[in-house]
Design a protein around this ligand. Sequence first.
Ligand code: FE
Length: 226
Amino acid sequence: MIQLEALYKISYGLYIVTSGDRNQGNGFVSNTVFQVTSQPQRFAVCCNKDNYSASFIQQFKAFAVSILAQDTSAELIGKFGYKSGREMNKMTDVKVIFKETNVPIVLDGSLAFFECKLVDVFDVGTHWIFIGELVSAEIVDDTGQPLTYAYYREVKKGFSPKNAPTYIDQSKIETKTENAMSKKFKCPICGYIYDEAEEKVKFSDLPDDWVCPVCGSEKSEFIEIS
Ligand code: FE
C-alpha cells in the first residue's frame, strides 16, 4: 500500500534557489535543499532537468539559497515557483544582492541566505542533485519564522509545482464527501483549489481584484472543476 498523504508528513523548508551573474539570472522555489556534510560544509539542491535554472547553475558553477519567511508574498512564490525564466526575467522588481560568487541572491521574503560554489552533480533521472560548498551565509531578518512546506500547504493551501521532486497529483488523493451545492475553482497556474465548502464566501462573490493566495493569479483565470 502507498498512502500518498503519508509523504506530507516529511518536513521541508521552502527556498528560492538562484544562479547567474550581474547581467542575467534566474531562480526557482525549491523545498529540497539540505546540508549534507559539515566538514566541509556542503549542501544539496534538487532541480528538475527542465528547469531553466538548471542550466544557469551548470554554467555559472554556483548557486545561492534564500531561506523564505512564513509571510513571503504569494506573488514572490508565484513568480519563482510557478513561472519559467524562459518567458520572463524573474529578477525584475526583486531586491537582489551580490556577494562572493556573484550570483544574484534574492532578499525579498528572505530570513537568511547562503551561497555555494558547485562541486558535484548527480543525475537522479528527472532531476539533478547539485552539491555546493558553502562560500558565504548571512542573516537578513532575525525576527521572522522560516516557511515550511507543511505551513505552505496547510495554511496557504499551496501545492508543489509539477517540476518539484515532491509533486503529488492531487487527483490521486481521495477527497471527503462534500456539499453537492458547493463548487470548486482551480488556479491553472499553481493548482490551488478554492473550495466553497470550506470557505465562507462563494467564489462568484469574491471581488474582481481577488487573486490566488498562493501564486497571485487573477480570479478570472480560475477554472471551475467538478
Ligand atoms: Fe495560483
